[in-house]
Design a protein around this ligand. Structure first.
Ligand code: SF4
Length: 165
């Protein structure tokens, strides 16, 4: 199967490997799911002043700022509960930028919690991303989705109906 690793896949990778497979195989989640709607709304209203959504290769970056001469790349999230997944997603963007010769700093924004988290592409983080990309490729190339295992995240997942039916 032809595909490129995206930030969304990287984010899902940290949550549920089955979700990675379903997304990559273009199985459409329930768009009316309240958490998806809420995510969209926050996306629309937050950080308007700085907001610049940019597309870069297969990467969509939420927010870019000039931070005293340094490029600051941001991701806006609804809640810090899934901060590890959001961190991996942002590291992936920083990695893709670096591959193109652009050094940037990262920051996660949680507007509802008025919280920010710095994210830095260290050499360990770079290795983590490379390994995650390999693992994502292996998951997606499997003939079948990883089997369903109920996890706490399922109740907020757009694939809930699909997995539980
Ligand atoms: S409902 Fe649960 S098992 Fe299914 S894709 Fe979502 S998180 Fe994974």
């Amino acid at each position: 199967m032809d595909f490129e690793v995206t930030g969304s896949l990287m984010q899902s990778y940290n949550i549920c490997k089955r979700q990675v497979w379903l997304m990559a195989h273009q199985i459409i989640p329930d768009q009316e799911h309240p958490y998806i709607e809420m995510g969209r709304l926050i996306d629309d209203i937050s950080y308007d002043r700085d907001r610049k959504k940019i597309n870069f290769e297969n990467v969509v970056i939420d927010l870019v700022r000039n931070d005293n001469g340094n490029l600051l790349v941001g991701e806006v999230k609804k809640s810090s509960k899934a901060v590890d997944s959001a961190r991996l997603q942002l590291l992936f963007y920083l990695y893709k930028l670096k591959e193109s010769g652009i050094d940037a700093k990262g920051q996660l924004f949680f507007p509802e919690e008025r919280k920010k988290v710095d994210v830095c592409l260290t050499s360990e983080a770079e290795l983590e991303i490379i390994n995650a990309m390999k693992d994502i490729t292996d998951i997606i190339n499997k003939y079948k989705a990883p089997s369903f295992e109920k996890i706490p995240y399922c109740k907020n997942c757009g694939y809930k109906e699909f997995c539980l039916s």
